[in-house]
Design a protein around this ligand. Structure first.
Ligand code: IVH
Length: 704
């Protein structure tokens, strides 16, 4: 029996191994098809790589399981039927990936190269060229007599697809080369999309979707968008993708004996390509030995997120073309090049829950709680879903398998879900209508993306902010109560809500950091002093959303008393209109004040503050502006001859009236137009005055 290096007999493949290999074939073929043929990958690259490596490992352990149709025996996928096939004159190889993502992984490559070249310790360093590994797709550009005649994708490395039309739309690709270019030359490089172009494309896609365009979608990342653009049958769509290109190598070229150029090094080749008009990344640089490769890897890792495009690693190539020839190939990978990746920025994981977090200012943010996953160099367990619309757009549900992205220091993001893995019965996410921290109403104002908790004074999440605002110099003013102190007092649970401030004593303060008895005494005095305040300062100090100093002053002037404001908002619907009579107060502000004082907790805090001795001088309410229809409720029904329903409503409201949706005993007038139905009947039953449009216009005219 054969034994391996360690003298152990290799284990025979078990039934489970055989099944797993079959399973991996099916999965890898399916993923490769989605990736290469449909441009619509289901899984992030890292997941594909993982499955691929698992299969490689199984095949290595049990060579009898390796079959010619294994995905490990073929790279890429079949071209789409619609494109013409192109057989590459020189196969488009792939490069071996160094699995170690640590910078030191570069050493393995250098060691292999040195060994292959028969170099001993003490022999000079091998010279390399270090390049970026662009995250796009490989392209072969064929020029004959200086003219771009054909562009082809890599396909399976032997046969690709002809995408000449589409590549002609890429501005960075020269259509014509200078006279010193050889008769035949194939330039190879990467087609990719810059991040800014990608964001702009997705923005355009979102607009199209919002306008109801069918069959449009947003893209998960620049690479998918670029791949989709390259493989468009319609070159106009490819042009719309704003693709970019970097050159990094050669395919066929006129041989020197037929007058073709002679290159000694890879760097020389790149510089020549550059002189012919091809973009070559500025970061490309020569590197002596492993040390400089390691430094390059490290350096680029730091620059990675600042680059205007995605890279997934760096590539090292032996610089001397003669040494490249000596090194040759193993199967389909050159021994003279290696891809050295960075930790993947995208991974798959599952959504354990969707929590809603409340920020310091009351903003509610849905957050996906994830099964821990290592992505972008850290373990991620949370990803923000930003707001309700975003959560809906992505349609993330509990139990879903999602793609998580973390690039640089940017907060981790769910970039997409895999609907095919969704469990049956998974519910769509809905934003809670109550604050998860304090139970107050959560509201989303018109035109706003965010829900906000309205329990500003009471909400635990907003505690620090609320106290600081109240204590502000222009609000109630508590001298010496700054953010450090508030932070400490809240964290130590010495204060929970505003009234607790006035219950502080020397003993509770003395326990705080950097709080000498003298400063504690000063704070208590400042608190005592703050009790005598003014109504506008107090109103401003409550921190009601949209109520700044000017609005607080206007409210105080208009109502004279706090009870006036709170009272008016305690009544139901008409309150917002009464509030809107105040100078400076529009419907959104009115609504915000109304909701604030509707929260029982907020009212309680105000009462407690008064009970603690906070006081101000009150005045008389300003005489109310005469609004002729105020106090009158209208119901509009049927089609009016000239006014639309909205116009009629606006005019009634402008004159101080209220428009209700249904007829009740409280209705004063029913305005009936053509085809008025049940509301008219109800009005007649209740004996409510029914008028027509002309009657309404007369009322409004006397009002004016
Ligand atoms: S050289 C024989 N250089 O990575 C070497 N490839 O498998 C051929 N890639 O899909 C490739 N940046 O498109 C090379 N600077 C670079 C690259 C690069 C990205 C892609 C290439 C191919 C894959 C290598």
């Amino acid at each position: 029996m054969n034994t391996d290096l360690f003298g152990e007999a290799p284990r025979r493949a078990s039934a489970a191994d055989i099944k797993r290999v079959k399973d991996l074939h099916v999965q890898l073929h399916a993923h490769a098809h989605r990736y290469y043929v449909l441009d619509d990958p289901q899984v992030p690259d890292a997941e594909y790589d993982r499955l691929f490596r698992e299969l490689q490992a199984l095949e290595a352990a049990h060579p009898e399981l390796q079959s010619p149709d294994s995905p490990t025996q073929r790279v890429g996928g079949k071209p789409l039927a619609q494109f013409a096939s192109v057989r590459h004159k020189v196969p488009m190889l792939s490069i071996r990936t160094e699995t170690d993502t640590e910078a030191s992984g570069a050493k393995n490559f250098d060691t292999r190269v040195r060994k292959e070249l028969g170099l001993k310790e003490g022999d000079p360093e091998v010279e390399y060229v270090a390049e970026l590994k662009f995250d796009g797709l490989a392209m072969n550009l064929r020029y004959e007599n200086g003219v771009l005649v054909q562009a082809a994708t890599r396909g399976d490395g032997e046969v690709g697809e002809e995408v000449t039309q589409n590549m002609r739309t890429v501005r960075q690709i020269p259509l014509k080369l200078p006279a010193d270019a050889p008769e035949v030359i194939e330039v190879r490089g990467e087609v990719y999309m810059r991040r800014a172009d990608f964001e702009a494309l997705n923005e355009r896609q979102r607009e199209k979707i919002a306008k109801g365009a069918k069959g449009e979608k947003t893209f998960v990342n620049p690479r998918n968008a670029a791949a989709g653009g390259v493989r468009q049958l319609d070159p106009a769509i490819a042009a719309d993708r704003s693709l970019s290109f970097f050159a990094y190598g050669l395919g066929e070229i006129t041989p020197p004996e037929q007058g073709g150029p002679v290159f000694g090094t890879h760097l020389q080749l790149l510089l020549t390509l550059k002189s012919w008009g091809f973009p070559v990344a500025a970061q490309t640089s020569p590197a002596q030995g492993a040390t400089e490769l390691i430094a390059f890897h490290e350096n680029m890792r730091r620059q990675r997120d600042a680059l205007p495009y995605d890279i997934d690693g760096v590539v090292y190539k032996v610089n001397s073309l003669e040494l490249q020839r000596q090194l040759g190939f193993v199967t389909r990978e050159p021994r003279w090049a290696v891809a050295h990746k960075y930790p993947a920025q995208e991974q798959l994981t599952t959504v354990l829950a969707i929590d809603v977090q409340v920020g310091r200012t009351g903003k509610l943010t849905p957050v996906a709680k994830l099964a821990p996953v290592f992505v972008g160099g850290v373990t991620v367990t949370n990803a923000t879903l930003h707001n309700e619309d975003e959560a809906r757009r992505k349609d993330v549900r509990v139990g879903d398998t999602v793609i998580v992205r973390r690039a640089g220091d940017v907060i981790p993001e769910v970039v997409g879900v895999m609907p095919e893995k969704r469990q049956e019965g998974a519910l769509q996410f809905t934003m809670p209508r109550q604050c998860p921290v304090c139970g107050s109403d959560a509201v989303r104002e018109e035109g706003e993306a965010d829900y906000r908790c309205t329990g500003g004074l009471f909400c635990g999440a907003q505690r620090k902010e609320a106290i600081l605002h109240y204590a502000h110099r222009r609000a109630v003013e508590i001298e010496g109560l700054g953010d450090k102190l508030v932070e400490q007092m809240v964290d130590a649970s010495i204060i929970r809500t505003l009234p607790d401030l006035y219950k502080l004593g020397l003993t509770s303060l003395a326990g705080l950091d950097r709080m000498a008895e003298k400063s504690a005494q000063n704070l208590l005095e400042a608190l005592e002093k703050s009790k005598q305040t003014t109504l506008p300062r107090f109103i401003f100090g409550l921190g009601i959303r949209h109520v700044g100093e000017a609005t607080a002053k206007a409210l105080a002037k208009h109502f004279g008393k706090l009870d006036g404001i709170m009272g008016v908002t305690a009544e139901d619907a008409p309150s917002t209109e009464r509030l809107a009579e105040v100078d400076d107060v529009g419907p959104i502000v009115a609504e915000s004040i109304h909701t604030f004082f509707q929260q029982p907790h907020n009212r309680e805090v105000v009462e407690q503050l008064r009970a603690c001795g906070v006081r101000w001088e009150e005045g008389d309410p300003a005489p109310r502006a005469f609004l002729p229809l105020s106090g009158k409720t209208f119901v509009i029904t049927g089609t009016l001859p000239t006014l639309s329903r909205d116009e009629a409503k606006n005019r009634v409201e402008a004159a101080g009236g209220k428009v209700a949706g249904s007829v009740s005993k409280k209705t004063h007038f029913v305005v009936a137009g053509e085809d008025a139905g049940s509301k008219l009947v109800k009005a007649q039953e209740l004996g409510i005055e029914v008028i027509d449009e002309a009657g309404l216009l007369r009322l409004l005219a006397t009002a004016a």
